[in-house]
Design a protein around this ligand. Structure first.
Ligand SMILES: O=P(O)(O)O[C@H]1O[C@H](CO)[C@@H](O)[C@H]1O
Ligand SMILES: O=c1cc[nH]c(=O)[nH]1
Length: 240
């Protein structure tokens, strides 16, 4: 039994799924980090793979870009495929003077300019936050691996080609970086009673105008990927 967007069989996904926005980054992770990776979904070219990392089953599947796309894929992974943990492995634009290109950011929470949380009909503002266990696991893995991370707020925006000045205003409230999916992921995890975390790499610096190339976005985020995979191993060990 699949979904309109996912043809994988029941049980084809591991309990932890890494989700980049980019399908080619998903393929790169499967080919370079997982042993025995098998393609389990390719509907719309959104590639999902399951293999093992340090003998632990792990899956990787693209979310596509933006909150509606992440909303669909993560909802189906949590509800149809009974996935427990989704770790977004994304690129972000820095809006903080603390960050430079290639720095790794752990999204403790995700502000948003999207109406995505409106679906819950709440009389107020829901704060989409990361799962604390995943966040704590990522912080310890980063210390162990010697990866410097910044932990803090992200802005998940519906708009990529946004006015820089409007975006920088979020930075003045301490928001570290802007991307386009984490708030929807955190909302879906909360709704499903599951766990989610965004581990991101700075691909653009909105303060200086510096940017990485397309190829670097697909294939050079190895610290972020290793960190996320170490969290997957830790979560599997906690279940055992
Ligand atoms: O690199 P990914 O994971 O796709 O993430 C970022 O890159 C895309 C925009 O270029 C958006 O999806 C944004 O969130
Ligand atoms: O949404 C995003 C993602 C990466 N870089 C940006 O500038 N914006």
């Amino acid at each position: 039994m699949g979904t309109p967007h996912n043809e994988a069989a029941q049980g084809a996904f591991a309990k932890t799924v890494l989700m980049p926005g980019d399908p080619l980054r998903a393929k790169f992770i499967a080919e370079h980090f997982l042993d025995g990776a098998k393609l389990v979904n390719n509907v719309r070219g959104v590639q999902g793979y399951t293999g093992t990392y340090r003998d632990t089953p792990v899956s990787v599947m693209a979310s596509g870009m933006g909150m509606p796309s992440m909303g669909i894929y993560s909802y189906e992974l949590f509800h149809t495929y009974d996935v427990d943990n989704i770790i977004r492995v994304g690129s972000v634009g820095s809006i903080s003077p603390r960050l430079k290109l290639r720095d790794v950011v752990l999204g403790q929470a995700a502000c948003t300019d999207s109406n995505y949380p409106r679906q819950y009909g709440l009389d107020g503002t829901f704060s989409p936050i990361a799962d604390f266990t995943l966040l704590e696991s990522a912080v310890s893995a980063a210390r162990r691996l010697g990866v410097k991370t910044a932990v803090g707020n992200l802005l998940s925006s519906d708009v990529f080609y946004r006015r820089t000045e409007d975006t920088l205003a979020w930075g003045r409230l301490g928001v570290l970086a802007v991307e386009m999916e984490s708030a929807a992921l955190y909302c879906n995890a909360a709704e499903a009673g599951k766990r989610a975390l965004a581990v991101c790499t700075v691909s653009d610096n909105l303060l200086t105008g510096e940017a990485l190339s397309t190829t670097e976005r697909q294939t050079s985020f190895t610290q972020m990927i290793t960190l996320a995979l170490e969290v997957a191993v830790d979560m599997a060990a906690r279940r055992a």
